[in-house]
Design a binder for this molecule. Sequence first.
Ligand SMILES: C[S@@+](CC[C@H](N)C(=O)[O-])C[C@H]1O[C@@H](n2cnc3c(N)ncnc32)[C@H](O)[C@@H]1O
Ligand code: SF4
Length: 375
Amino acid sequence: MMKAKLGIYIHIPFCWKKCDYCDFLSFSKMELADQYLIALINEIKASKYKDYIIDTIYFGGGTPSAIPSEYVRKIFIALRESFDLSNLNEVSIEVNPGTLTKEKLEEYFDIGINRVSIGVQSFDSNMLKRLGRIHTKEKVYDTIDLIRKAGFENYSLDLMYGLPEDSLERIVSDLSEAIALKPKHISIYGLIIEEGTKFEKDYAAGKLILPTDEDLLLMRHHINQNLLIAGYKRYEISNYCQPGFESRHNLIYWHNEDYLGFGLGSTSKIDNCRYRNTQVLEEYIDIENDLAQYDLVEIDDNMAMEDGIILGLRLSKGLDLIDFATRYNIDIREKYREAISELEQLKLISLEDDQLRLTENGFDVANYCMVKFLS
Ligand SMILES: C[S@@+](CC[C@H](N)C(=O)[O-])C[C@H]1O[C@@H](n2cnc3c(N)ncnc32)[C@H](O)[C@@H]1O
Ligand code: SF4
């Protein structure tokens, strides 16, 4: 029997400094990186899912570039010793411009990493400071120069909008700088005020002036139009790429396919089950060979189908209803007749040629649309 394909996610929960808006599972406790590496490699080696062909590997975080590059190499070696990596198509790493050197990038290239995702956020040094980032605009340009010189052709920029005291002018300027660099991929996220962050406290204290909903709508439309004119394709709500440069790894999630996650708080989805590792760093480091510290959810048919809809609607191409019927044994047209008709009348969804997809207006209110498909 042919072996099935999988993506692997590796979580590196360290950042040199927490940004003021971010609630990702990451800590500035760099002194624990050595112990973390040991626990992570143990977890990889103990995996019971080794009989798969690995299609993609994604080093995410936190900030994978915050730890020494030789640790990344050691993790990669553990993966190579445990899994069949002979058909790898994409190996990505998330990096923060404030943490990179020429040597680190050369080592990534040497290991076989072929895609770099750069947390730029903005090309405005004042805004970067406002966000609590550790880097400046100049550092972003230096980093991209180093990335190119190290041999990487495929890199992606993360940008943010809807920031404190944000303006359309700042976004126009950020976008033109981003486009001029011709990255293969751009992710652009609207700021979310997350619980427990400095921004949440500042917001509650009335110290953050955020754009209105109307401003946000204008910003989103501007972003979309400019990126389309520049030749980028919007293939997911927040993701744009040059033709053929979608993030293969993230497509695994949006297609509701199987993946393994290693590291603190990582999720795996495999054999109709979802596993989630502990989110407590000290507990994870303590685990070593005892891998009992995870939550397990069995994915029933209804959960699988709802996940398939919610994830698939994030994609511009939406859901292929014929494929969907084969995979989940459900006729979406029939089951969600009312929801689809209501959203069609509002011009938020379109159903053409057996393809159900959110419109551009639908993407603006994606959560409103998606809940219509949840039980
Ligand atoms: C793991 S980080 C990327 C790598 C690296 N840690 C860095 O920040 O440079 C993932 C991305 O999520 C986005 N992000 C984080 N917190 C966010 C928030 N509260 N609202 C919107 N986007 C956020 C940022 O664009 C960030 O680059
Ligand atoms: S945005 Fe990136 S660098 Fe900043 S705290 Fe979050 S994960 Fe760390």
